[in-house]
Design a protein around this ligand. Structure first.
Ligand code: NSS
Length: 432
């Protein structure tokens, strides 16, 4: 099994006879010459079968191939700059490893998106889907690299929790030996505890929101990375965000050029993504929106069209900071300069991608935090440990959460974030 060569390494074997294994993408023949494009997961290569040179058996096997048949092929590697990937294989042996029982459901033609999502387990093999998930993989590696290089400690936070992290309205509840447990909406409260142990920490994992919204930007299960930094204020927090997002974007541009080309993403649009990012206060944003004729009053949260109107003004992501207290979560620190607001920010991506980050400085005063917990009718007992962090060595601290699927959708230029996770979970979808 191990003797085979990966298609991406064919360049190291020019003129040699090698063996590859993979799946048939397409076949065609011109009379006595047959072509089969084989995808092995690392790349795709065109394999050429000449009727005159091949055995009767090889020619017949070739003629019977269908899309996604699993094959093992031996052949001589030929350099050919016209071939995709730069190489071709002149076939000397061709074996079917497994024949498909039926025609592959996804054919090279237009399919409805619900059909494709029902066949997500097979749709994953398509080139654009592979490209998007490959960019996701690069972004996830870059996330870890960024924090590792800056001496952050990764903390894995629980998925089952007794505390509501963000908002009571979007909780998945489950029975926990007779008690109630919730699926984590965020790891934030736990990384706040860990920040007092390690100063700079982050968590990275799946988070769950019973969002009733059926939009192209909402999943019920999505991945979030959440750094938390002791002795950082809201300003430091925004600086970390702009460095982080710029790093992720530039790393994808540098290392995923092929994938971005497959996705027809114009990476010019990403080249300006460098610090500093523009900053607009919520109050300024409302004035701007009202001037543009949006029907919005000071106090309400920004809707998607409001966010787009703001981000359309800029060629890189923009911070909107210091939202009204009532529009945001209970743990955010009151703004001493304007107590109607809290020290927080959203980061809005350009081109209509909307919010990719939510972040804030945390309330570090015990009594104020307790008052917020009571105001919001949250179960006080569940937050006793969280309040302890303000009783014993409280410290100024800030952090944020970046949604992986939204960020990768923006980088790859895909409209729907559901394509940037292998098996999306949405209000109407738990299959496959
Ligand atoms: O709700 S957030 O704005 N903020 C938090 O959860 C904080 N606890 C983060 C923190 O400060 N540690 O969500 C953060 C990001 C948001 O900007 C989106 O990019 C993403 O998480 N997000 C989502 N992505 C996909 N689907 C849904 N439903 C979703 N909700 C948030």
């Amino acid at each position: 099994m191990a003797d085979g060569v990966e298609v991406r390494h064919l360049g190291q074997h020019v003129d040699q006879v090698v063996e590859i294994t993979g799946w048939v993408q397409t076949t065609r023949s011109h009379g006595k010459i047959g072509f089969v494009v084989v995808r092995d997961g690392t790349g795709a290569v065109q394999c050429v079968v000449a009727k005159k040179e091949a055995s009767e058996e090889v020619w017949q096997t070739f003629a019977d191939l269908t899309q996604e048949t699993t094959v093992r092929i031996s052949g001589q590697v030929r350099a050919d700059h016209r071939a995709p990937g730069g190489h071709e294989l002149t076939v000397t042996a061709l074996d079917v490893v497994f024949a498909s029982v039926d025609e592959f459901p996804i054919q090279p033609k237009e399919h409805g998106v619900e059909f494709l999502l029902d066949n997500r387990h097979l749709w994953l093999r398509s080139s654009q889907q592979r490209a998007g998930l490959r960019v996701r993989d690069e972004v996830e590696m870059a996330i870890h690299q960024f924090f590792y290089d800056r001496d952050f400690v990764r903390i894995d936070t629980p998925i089952l929790s007794g505390a509501i992290g963000e908002s009571a309205g979007t909780l998945f509840e489950t029975d926990y030996f007779g008690d109630k447990a919730y699926l984590a909406q965020t790891g934030q409260l736990y990384v706040e505890a860990a920040a007092a142990a390690f100063r700079k920490v982050y968590c990275f994992g799946p988070t769950f929101r019973a969002e009733k919204s059926k939009t192209r930007r909402h999943l019920t299960e999505f991945w979030m990375v959440e750094p938390e930094v002791a002795f950082a204020d809201s300003d430091d927090n925004m600086r970390l965000q702009e460095e982080f997002v710029s790093y992720l974007v530039q790393r994808a541009v540098e290392r995923c050029a092929d994938e971005l080309a497959i996705l027809e993403r114009d990476s010019k649009a990403l080249e300006n993504v460098k610090p500093p990012f523009p900053r607009v206060s919520y109050t300024e944003a409302i004035a701007f929106l009202q001037e543009k004729g949006h029907d919005i009053q000071w106090g309400s949260d920004l809707g998607a069209p409001d966010e787009v109107a703001i981000s359309d003004q800029y060629d890189r992501p923009v911070f909107v900071h210091d939202y009204p207290k009532a529009a945001k979560a209970f743990y955010m620190k009151e703004n001493p300069d304007d107590p109607r607001t809290v020290l927080c920010n959203d980061l809005l991506a350009p081109e209509g991608y909307g919010e990719i980050i939510g972040g804030s400085q945390r309330e570090d005063d015990h009594d104020r935090l307790l008052a917020r917990i009571r105001d919001e009718d949250l179960p006080e007992e569940a937050y006793a440990w969280y309040l302890d962090l303000r009783k014993y060595g409280s410290f100024p601290h800030s952090g944020f959460g970046l949604g992986v699927e939204r960020t990768v959708a923006y980088i790859t230029g895909r409209r729907h974030i559901r394509e940037l996770i292998a098996f999306p979970r949405m209000i109407n979808r738990l299959y496959p």
